[in-house]
Design a protein around this ligand. Structure first.
Ligand SMILES: [Zn+2]
Length: 324
């Protein structure tokens, strides 16, 4: 993903909204807290993150990606989900050779026609292009936070699914080729999510997605998740319900203030598929697109914070059904 514009968009401190929220937070702190949902285990999710990183880079169309796909297929099949790959070819950005891309669809409660989409990208960027020294920009990029963190969160969430009875059906979607690119000005982002979104419009499935959540960079040791700009523009009720859930269960890493605007997989889902989708992302990660995006700069606690919010949110989903 990348920032919408150069620089960051920051909420003004002391704005009326921030002040009102501050008061609200104090009042809530005095109220009895809702019991934490059992289940989501950050340490187990972190072990998943390490296992994915141990594969090495998972660049679209490579052996590393194929190994990860097999790992996920085995994992979710064993947990009782229906798994399917959505396959398509693109010209390789560098060579022009046809390259097979695969989104992985993991379906829970397949009989339900109104559904929630939980997604992440599972490819890693081909190069750590933000390395300070140009000669280091062709060394391997592991993508512990940018790539593996969303995958690990969904792997552990998968272990919770049999205990949940959400109001809507749930699909996990692993998007290929979020950043299958060597040159930002020449190559395109979001190949997997764009294909998914176009397919949803051109060959409509029997089900409809009523809301979506994309998880990206959710394992930063110093986790702070702010509202992301496009999420508020396209899917404010979804965003507010997630942050409200975090408040309710006392997860302080979710801060109900708008900060960055990030172009990510939620854009094709909103703009093409018209699925109201938010991006849960901590875009203040000092190791972004560098060789230091490794497990040591991620934490089990951060994964658990996000996982607990997702479990609680799925357990008590608001009514997202379109008005008829
Ligand atoms: Zn990235």
């Amino acid at each position: 993903m990348r920032p919408h514009q150069e620089g960051i968009v920051t909420a003004r401190p002391g704005s009326p909204a921030a002040g009102a929220f501050g008061l609200f937070a104090v009042l809530l702190a005095a109220a009895p807290t809702v019991a934490a949902p059992p289940g989501f285990d950050g340490r187990r999710a972190f072990a998943d993150l390490e296992a994915i990183c141990a594969i090495g880079p998972r660049i679209s169309g490579t052996e590393g990606m194929a190994q990860q796909q097999q790992l996920l297929l085995d994992h979710f099949t064993e947990l009782g989900a229906e798994c399917a790959f959505q396959e398509f070819d693109v010209p390789h950005p560098r060579t022009g050779e046809p390259t097979r891309l695969r989104n992985l669809l993991v379906t829970w409660h397949p009989e339900t026609t109104e559904r929630i989409l939980l997604g992440c990208h599972y490819d890693t960027r081909p190069r750590p292009d933000r390395e300070p020294l140009p000669r280091n920009r062709d060394l391997p990029f592991i993508g512990a936070n940018d790539g593996a963190s969303g995958v690990a969160a969904l792997m552990e969430l998968g272990r919770q699914m049999s205990a949940l009875a959400p109001r809507y059906g749930v699909d996990f979607v692993f998007f290929d080729a979020e950043e299958f690119l060597w040159d930002d000005r020449r190559d395109n982002y979001f190949l997997g999510s764009e294909h998914f979104a176009k397919n949803y419009v051109n060959s409509p499935p029997p089900h409809r997605y009523v809301a979506g959540v994309v998880l990206d960079m959710v394992a930063d040791k110093d986790l702070r998740i702010y509202y992301e700009g496009f999420s508020l523009r396209y899917a404010r009720p979804v965003a507010e319900s997630v942050w409200k859930t975090a408040e309710k269960i006392g997860v302080k890493q979710f801060v109900a203030r708008r900060r960055h605007e990030v172009r990510d997989d939620h854009l094709p889902l909103n703009q093409i598929a018209k699925i109201p989708t938010i991006d849960i992302i901590d875009f203040d990660y000092p190791h972004w697109h560098t060789r230091n995006d490794i497990p040591a700069n991620c934490s089990a606690e951060s994964l658990e914070a996000v996982g607990r919010v997702m479990v609680a949110w799925l357990s008590d989903l608001p009514d997202f059904s379109p008005r008829r």
